[in-house]
Design a protein around this ligand. Structure first.
Ligand SMILES: [Zn+2]
Length: 60
């Protein structure tokens, strides 16, 4: 539900799995938060040495 305010998301993408692991609103999550969340929730990818990138998923 957006009231004219553009909400942007950051997508955490694992290039080894070719999967978007998560999407976080930039409104609520800072870069540091996202970094932290990735480390906690996607530790298995990190352990396996996967390459993860964070990319902006703008509103369309
Ligand atoms: Zn992965």
């Amino acid at each position: 539900m957006s009231d004219g305010q553009h909400e942007r998301y950051k997508e955490v993408f694992c290039s080894d799995c070719q999967t978007v692991l998560g999407r976080y609103s930039t409104k609520y999550f800072s870069d540091r938060d996202i970094d932290e969340l990735v480390r906690i929730h996607h530790a298995t990818h990190i352990k396996q040495g996967h390459m993860m990138t964070i990319r902006i998923s703008g509103n369309v």
